[in-house]
Design a protein around this ligand. Sequence first.
Ligand code: FNR
Length: 357
Amino acid sequence: PLLDELINLYDLEEVAKRTLTAKAWAYIDGASNDNLTYRFNNRVLKHIWFRPAVMRGVRYVNMSTTLFGCKLDAPIYISPTAAVSVAGPDGELAQARGAASSGIIATIPNMASHPLENILDATPERAFFQLYVSNDRQQSEDIVRKVTASGKIKAIFVTVDSPVVSKREADERTKGNLSSVNPYKGSSPAATAASRKGPPRGGFARQSGQQVDPSISWSDLAWLRSITDLPLVLKGVQRHEDAVKAMELGFEGIILSNHGGRAADNALPAILTLLELHRNCPQVFGAMEILVDGGFRRGSDVVKAICLGASAVGLGRPFMYSVMYGQEGTERVSLPCVLLQPPPVPIMSMSSRLTTP
Ligand code: FNR
């Protein structure tokens, strides 16, 4: 179908299911064990209700926000997803360009399908960078120094929810193989690591996960601080005790995330972690940026997290599927709330029109 015919992100997901290869679909849609956390991320969001206020003069609505010094036209960002080209050849390049033209921001994944230099080149101004602390610490250090020196990276998201590889059964069944699907064999970190591991077994996730250092702990913050002066954001916080710890140690932000249900199954749906923080440690909200991702598929889902104190919301799978349509797909997904009703003006200029005079 044409991009214009998709009226919401569920339509986009349906196209992906029908269009992508079985391996690509299993890799992207798949989650851990019984997929409970994956399913409930979205389902729990649907059980949170609004108390709509009336008579507020909403002709002009300003959805913009500032995150780590970056002005965003809407409080959403592209969550990092490894090997984006599995869904479309432009992969991370389409995300970088689409985020730029839509006034949001992309996160460059550590395990990208395109070479880092090319993604940075496709990034006009700014992006976040997602880091997996590798078994090869020197390799992690080199990449952190490189992205810091680029001047384009505004924060580093350190992913900590996957110190060991989870069981992704859909992926296992289809025997996804990064080195066979990835069109950038050799130059891509993900593909290179996969090919080094010998015959691929157990799907994409298992291959890429083997590079992550399982010994990562709180004491590694000092090392990270010594190699970059960028804001450090802990991605994958799933309980309030860890939010408090991150605050006390001076992280500039945390992402409440269970990796889209791909890390520990039965972990709390991300929006419930946000509620847990309200109840148990409200002081963290003023102290650092609180981001959240997992299951957000509508503008109204995003509004719920913002009402509950999140600074911004990340979307993962929708921005993988969007690259089936290249840069335009990314632009289309960038304003999910607009998709509910065709705007009277083209989407691209909508955000500027919406600014309160
Ligand atoms: C991810 N995610 C992820 N996170 C991360 O920190 N590093 C990574 O390499 C990846 N790779 C990845 C691949 C794919 C295919 C998916 C779907 C997800 C997790 C991602 O950043 C985010 O936390 C979730 O995708 C959010 O959930 P939704 O929006 O996909 O429901």
